[in-house]
Design a protein around this ligand. Structure first.
Ligand code: ADP
Ligand code: MG
Length: 369
């Protein structure tokens, strides 16, 4: 008999397979392309959000992963195994829905026990598992209530408990907090984060709420009309967006249209010459857009030594919480809306007064036109 043992260098060289991988996935509804060539690899234990406007294909991706939708092209892999033809039930995934999808005639205990009963777990093991998860989700006192006797937040706790009870290694959530009010949403976000840490499971989380995605995710996959617009960490998405779509979807932004006139010089359509950081894929001479985040726009002294400094006349000031919107008229007559961080002294911005706005070249991001 030949005894084979992997040397440690062998195992070191072989990267563990992705927990989940979509390869060239297409989904069509008639003539409509709902998913256009999706390639997405998710590592074990990662928390990835699918973010994007309504109709951009987020739920369709989840459905392709869990087997509820069959792709018209491409493949789905779980732990390196092609599961494209494997029925939903045999994929072993956990799923949490926005509308909770609880069984109304069953009490909380039976709702949570349901996935275990269809897996033919023995009664005592079911009782133990459900009791444990009720405790973990803070639902001990609710075992005998019907879903209609619970608040929205409690119902979603039951929905999450029912998903966690059989310890799936991949958990899919489709806008699970979408029906809850803002405070409850924030509280549940913390709970979902804690569950992610405690279970070590891989999470794929659909939301159209950028704050939720920024708060929860290891990586965000931003969807735009059935395609992946950009995928990256929250910091990458916020600070180095590749497109105007990403820049405006995540966070507040000032966007100027214009042209790159020299390697590090941008000329806006409204006549401003702005020092910028160049980008290899945007050649000098091309039309482009320029992003400056509101928190990087400063109200500066007229003599301030800052390369991008512009005198302008205040036309309007709107206080909208953390930042203010200032409509200004530049020297060339061009009008601009600027968002800038709200300082305590924003009230001193008088209509028709001259102010100087400035920002650093390093705080600009060039975007394709
Ligand atoms: P999201 O979850 O991002 O809001 P979906 O993935 O649900 O978007 O849908 C993407 C697009 O596919 C939408 O335009 C939607 O109308 C369309 N779509 C989804 N499901 C079906 C279906 N069963 N039949 C026809 N069109 C569908
Ligand atoms: Mg959806």
């Amino acid at each position: 008999m030949v005894h084979m043992e992997k040397s440690s260098t062998d195992t070191d060289m072989v990267a563990p397979p992705d927990r989940l991988r979509l390869q060239d996935v297409m989904v069509r509804y008639g003539d409509f392309l709902a998913l256009d060539n999706i390639n997405l690899a998710i590592r074990p234990g990662e928390f990835v959000s699918l973010l994007g406007p309504s109709g951009s294909g987020k739920s369709t991706i989840l459905n392709v992963i869990n087997g509820a939708a069959h792709p018209d092209g491409g493949r789905v892999f779980i732990d390196g195994r092609d599961v494209t033809a494997v029925p939903a039930r045999e994929r072993g995934l956990g799923m949490v829905f926005q509308n909770y999808a609880l069984l109304p005639h069953m009490n909380v205990f039976d709702n949570i026990a349901f996935p275990l009963r269809i897996r033919h777990w023995p009664a005592e093991r079911i009782r133990q598992a459900v009791t444990d998860i009720l405790h973990r989700m803070g639902l001990e006192g609710f075992a005998h209530r019907k879903p209609r006797e619970l608040s929205g937040g409690q119902q979603q706790r039951v929905g999450i408990a029912r998903c966690l009870v059989y310890s799936p290694s991949i958990i899919l959530m489709d806008e699970p907090l979408g029906a809850l009010d803002k405070n409850m949403r924030e509280q549940m976000q913390d709970e979902i984060k804690a569950l992610h840490r405690a279970t070590g499971a891989t999470f794929v989380y659909v939301t159209h709420d950028q704050e939720e995605a920024l708060n929860l995710s290891d990586r965000i996959c931003l969807m735009n009309r059935g395609r992946i617009e950009q995928i990256g960490t929250p910091q990458e998405m916020y600070f180095t967006p590749v497109s105007e779509f990403t820049a405006t979807f995540l966070g507040e932004s000032n966007i100027l249209a214009g042209r790159l006139v020299a390697e590090n010089l941008f000329r806006s359509e409204c006549g401003l010459s702005i020092h910028v950081v160049g980008r290899p894929d945007i050649p000098v001479g091309s039309h482009a857009k320029l992003l400056v985040r509101p928190e990087h726009v400063m109200c500066v002294a007229p003599a301030a030594d800052i390369p991008n400094r512009f005198a302008c006349i205040v036309e309007n000031v709107n206080f909208v919480g953390g930042f203010i919107r200032v409509a200004v008229r530049g020297q060339g007559g061009g009008r601009l809306q600027f968002k800038t961080r709200a300082h305590n002294d924003y009230a001193s911005l008088q209509i028709d007064s001259e102010i100087h706005l400035g920002w650093l070249a390093s705080d600009t991001v060039l975007l394709p036109a």
